[in-house]
Design a protein around this ligand. Structure first.
Ligand code: ADP
Length: 665
């Protein structure tokens, strides 16, 4: 089944699309993870590198400090050695001052004898008091024979560290030299500026007390390294702290931007995915809608045809193709004259086509003869409407075409049958009136015979006057005319003819009808009272048809009077000139309508009479409607206590341009 295979292709397509939609999602998630991992690795490498740099820098600084201190130490030792000679004080003053000048961190030098008395101090004005702890230190230095460092101290003059250097004379130990170092100055001089720009350098003891520090950086500490500076420092440690001073804002911004962009890409993919989903749903709905419309279009029985503003066909539906026998390919793009136009009516069709294209097509449709491809004719009923596109632009014309051939044929058949029935009804009426008409004819014929006999007698007697004979012959002629008139009326009434509307005077139609019923009415003892209207305009009507209506109504009225007492057997015929129409009223004083008759009066073959046919009123109504008039009845109510019924019909006064369809048609 093509439908099923199409459906499975569509679902396979949707599945494939689902996978394709899932892949970027997965890819983007992985990309984000990879980016974050990369950033983390970079950060870790950075930290490691920073630590390695820090360690090497700290080692370098420690080396530098150690080198410097041991340099100073050996200079002090050299001096101490020289002080062991004669002229100790002079040498101390000279060389000691020189040392103080050269080593900035060296703030004081004191010469102390073996009894712990300060012999001399440089600079001279600074008196020195020896701390008790120096005694132990002195013993230690003396025992080891090398410089000993005192515990650093924090005082008003800053952080100081003292070194005791033993002095040996020619024979024995004879005192020591006390050197005081300013730790702050040491750091200031020995830590280079570039180092201080990167790190904070501190000298601390094992309890964490800070003795000296140097730094030019600020911020939050990131890495920190502690290295013991012992010896030569007594329990001192060198602490170097790296600050996150390295400007990695750009790197951070970049990382954040990458993450944000990745999230943005992810989000946009998500949005596109939703969009595609929506699209797919809309497409499915559209396909369904299209299939539904196609099905509707294919099952339409009315032909549809769209044309552009020049009249070229742009669309035809299957029903139109079936109707004309041409395929859509043969018709699309075709310009007038169309292949399905009737070759015998090309001119008329072209004119109609022009009217349609100029927007003057009849709004209630028009009929036209077409030819199928096989040459067979058909009658088409066409409704044309402007074709408006989605933007409200008039782009052409849309026509719906109905094949009304069969309908028109059936209507024609019905019309012919109705006409035959009407004619039959006339013959029946005439048949019913035949005996009274024969009786009616009898009178003039008898008169003619008696006038003829009288004339013959006069001529035979030789006593005749030409005047007498002429008068008798005149009368005879009039009687013959009267008889001839009756026969002419009968003849014209029963003649089979096509309905023909022509101007006629209603009074003369009524009078002609009265001629035909007069004899019957006289026999039944009924008086017919005709009240003609003056200045009645001529009306467009088929005289015989109106006569047939009048005759029917009059005869029904006469039938209704059968049981009415003789003096009241009266029929009133009244004509009224109304603004739009003329009205004819036939009023009887009969028994009135039986209740069951009132409902079905105008039905064909409904009758309450034993010998009635029941087609009279139905034919009357179709005749009156053919003349665009109305036929109805009213029970008589005025004056109060009246009996009987009034049948009323109207006929329009104005002539119509378009001829009405024949009754039943
Ligand atoms: P028919 O005269 O052959 O019966 P019609 O169609 O002329 O057929 O009338 C149908 C019926 O309508 C009549 O049988 C009768 O019962 C009723 N009818 C018609 N005209 C009158 C009237 N003027 N008064 C009472 N009944 C009437």
């Amino acid at each position: 089944m093509p439908g099923m295979s199409e459906a499975s292709t569509v679902s396979a397509h949707a599945q494939g699309l689902g996978w394709m939609l899932a892949l970027p999602k997965l890819g983007t998630a992985l990309l984000i993870v990879a980016v974050i991992a990369l950033l983390w690795l970079l950060h870790r490498n950075d930290l490691q590198e920073q630590r390695a740099t820090l360690i090497s820098d700290v080692l370098w600084l420690e080396q530098n400090l150690r080198f410097h201190l041991s340099g100073s130490e050996s200079q002090l030792q050299q001096l101490a050695q020289d002080l062991g000679q004669d002229d100790q004080q002079r040498i101390f003053r000279l060389r000691g001052q020189h040392l103080l000048n050269n080593a900035a961190e060296l703030t004081r030098l004191s010469l102390v004898d073996e009894r712990l008395r300060v012999i001399d101090t440089l600079p001279a004005k600074a008196p020195v008091t020896l701390r008790p702890e120096y005694r132990d230190l002195y013993e230690q230095a003396r025992a080891l024979g090398r410089p000993s460092y005192a515990r650093p101290s924090l005082g008003k003059e800053g952080a100081k560290q003292s070194v005791l250097i033993p002095i040996y004379g020619r024979r024995n130990f004879n005192g020591f030299m006390l050197a005081e170092l300013d730790l702050q100055v040491l750091l200031r001089n020995q830590v280079p500026w570039w180092f201080a720009e990167k790190y904070q350098v501190r000298l601390i003891d094992d309890s964490g007390t800070e003795y000296a520090a140097k730094s030019k950086v600020a911020g939050t500490p990131s890495l920190n390294y502690l290295l013991p500076l012992d010896p030569p420092g007594y329990g001192l440690g060198l602490e170097v702290t790296a600050y996150g001073s390295r400007d990695n804002t750009a790197q951070r911004i970049l990382a954040v931007a990458i993450v944000c962009l990745s999230l943005g890409v992810f989000w946009s993919l998500w949005a596109i995915r939703r969009l595609i989903r929506r699209r797919m749903e809309v497409e499915a709905a559209l396909r369904e809608e299209h299939a539904f419309r196609q099905a509707m279009e294919d099952s339409l029985t009315a032909g549809m045809r769209a044309r552009d503003l020049e009249g070229a066909i742009i669309y035809v539906n299957p029903a139109f193709c079936r109707m004309t026998g041409f395929t859509a390919e043969e018709l699309i793009g075709h310009k007038p004259p169309m292949p399905y136009w009737d070759p015998d009516e090309i001119e008329e069709t072209m004119a109609l086509n022009r009217a349609v294209l100029s927007g003057n097509a009849p709004s209630d449709g028009f009929e036209i003869n077409f030819r199928r491809k096989d040459g067979s004719p058909f009658r088409a009923l066409i409704y044309e409407a402007p074709l408006i596109d989605g933007s409200g632009q008039h782009v052409g014309w849309m026509g719906s075409v109905l094949d009304v051939t069969e309908k028109r044929r059936a209507e024609e058949l019905a019309r012919q049958q109705q006409e035959k029935l009407q004619f039959t009804a006339r013959l029946v009426t005439m048949g019913e009136m035949a005996s009274t008409l024969a009786h009616e004819l009898n009178q003039p014929l008898a008169a003619i015979a008696s006038y003829a006999a009288g004339c013959a007698n006069r001529l035979a007697s030789d006593r005749w006057q030409p005047e007498e004979i002429r008068a008798a012959l005149d009368k005879l002629g009039r009687q013959a005319q009267r008889a001839g008139e009756i026969i002419r009326r009968v003849q014209s009434f029963v003649r089979k003819s096509e309905p023909k509307l022509q101007p006629c005077r209603l009074e003369s139609v009524i009078e002609d009808s009265l001629v035909l019923v007069e004899a019957d009415a006289r026999t039944r003892g009924i008086s017919i009272d005709f009240q003609p209207e003056t200045a009645l305009p001529p009306i467009m009507a088929d005289q015989v048809m109106i006569e047939q209506v009048l005759l029917n109504l009059l005869r029904n009225a006469m039938d209704a009077l059968a049981d009415t007492p003789a003096p009241e057997r009266r029929i009133t015929l009244q004509v009224r000139n109304l603004p739009q129409e003329v009205e004819v009223r036939v009023r009887d004083q009969g028994a009135g309508l039986a209740p069951e008759a009132a409902q079905r009066l105008f039905e064909a073959f409904f009758t309450t009479k034993p010998d009635g046919m029941g087609i009279g009123l139905s034919i009357c109504r179709s005749i009156i409607e053919f003349h665009r008039g109305r036929l109805w009845y009213e029970p008589n109510r005025h004056p109060p206590g009246s009996r009987g019924t009034t049948f009323i019909f109207t006929l329009p006064k104005e002539a119509h341009d378009d001829p009405p369809r024949p009754p039943g048609g």
